[in-house]
Design a protein around this ligand. Structure first.
Ligand SMILES: [Zn+2]
Length: 353
């Protein structure tokens, strides 16, 4: 049975744009989790936090005799950096949080958060950046190593002591300016659409089900994790009893990929191997029956919280669906349609046996 009621595009867009405004590099995600938590409470959904700081959301479900609990998981943690060293010239050497190419962040504005909660703005640059000093070839070479990334702070400092005096120290988190833009054509340009667009699709599904008084046919949960970008987000904390785990995460767009910015992507295989065949087929059948445009796709350089759960030893069936995101782990883009189609498929999944 397909559902006539549609996801609320305004709700999903506003939720996503607000979530994108909150810095949440892996390891420093409390503010983003608090925002999602508050949004869930506004939808009258019950939540609890795991020991590791992730969020579990309980969805209303019908009572049934035989239960096969289902969990959908998405992550609010993002790529970012951490201060590795305060250098002699007062600038900051970075160690990366998550996997990305140096070139994808060179020139990006950033924010340093000190242990005391102070915020400083800066710019991510190569340690050999000025073409008038180093020439093009040397700059090209510098861009090949994460080791050459540094933060130029927007404060008067030219020594390690001066920077330390500001309260900035090794271990401080550095977040990128997401530079979020919503365009009237429906495109959303931003960093960190991976996986905030996925989380928006999950909340959009919950909002739609609440508005339409739809209940899940099985005990069902949303699990918002906080360490996906470093590989162990979904490794623990999955609601007890879960037998089906659907990771809601970005679809890969690029040369040779089937995914796009408008449809929901259903991943059949990534670095962790093939996803569960029966669950994948169910996703395809549900999307087909409800006229939800989708693409099956293989992601070659990709892991998900579904993989993390499997490698940690969870005995669950795992699928992966999500909005296609262009230029992933760089300056990303998707279209609101991809997020809406992901929400639709989530609702179909939750409301069908
Ligand atoms: Zn992701």
């Amino acid at each position: 049975m397909s559902i006539d009621i549609q996801p609320n595009a305004d709700f999903i867009r506003e939720f996503l744009l607000n979530l994108l405004k909150i810095p949440s590099p892996t390891g420093n995600t409390d503010m983003a989790i608090a925002f999602v938590e508050k949004s869930c409470h506004q939808l009258n959904l019950e939540t609890y936090r795991t020991v590791k700081g992730s969020l579990v959301v309980k969805l209303p479900h019908e009572k049934s005799e035989f239960t096969i609990p289902r969990t959908l998981t998405g992550h609010v943690d993002t790529l970012g950096g951490m201060v590795k060293e305060v250098m002699g010239n007062g600038r900051l050497k970075l160690t990366p949080l998550g996997g990305y190419a140096p070139l994808s962040v060179v020139g990006e504005y950033c924010q340093v958060e000190t242990a005391g909660g102070l915020l400083f703005s800066g710019t991510v640059l190569l340690n050999r950046q000025s073409v008038h000093v180093h020439g093009k070839d040397e700059i090209h070479q510098a861009a090949s190593s994460m080791n050459n990334l540094e933060v130029r702070l927007d404060v008067h400092t030219s020594s390690q002591e001066e920077t330390n005096m500001l309260g900035i120290a090794v271990g401080d988190f550095v977040s990128w300016d997401a530079r979020t833009q919503y365009i009237e054509t429906g495109f959303i340009k931003s960093r960190h659409l991976d996986d905030k667009a996925g989380v928006a699709a999950m909340l959009g599904a919950a909002e739609m089900m609440g508005r339409a008084h739809l209940k899940a046919v099985q005990p069902s949960y949303l699990y918002i994790t906080t360490f996906e970008e470093v590989g162990h987000g979904g490794a623990a904390g999955i609601p007890i009893g879960t037998q089906e785990l659907v990771a809601v995460d970005m679809g890969v767009i690029g040369e040779g990929q089937a995914s796009n910015e408008f449809e929901v992507s259903i991943c059949v295989k990534d670095n962790g191997g093939p996803y569960d065949l029966a669950l994948r087929r169910r996703m395809v059948n549900l999307a087909t029956a409800a006229n939800i445009p989708f693409k099956l796709d293989v992601y070659v350089h990709y892991g998900s919280d579904g993989d993390a759960a499997l490698f940690a030893g969870a005995d669950v069936r795992v699928a992966l669906i999500g909005p296609g995101v262009d230029s992933s782990h760089a300056y990303e883009r998707t279209h609101l349609d991809a997020v809406l189609n992901t929400s639709r498929l989530i609702v179909e999944y939750l409301t069908n046996l």
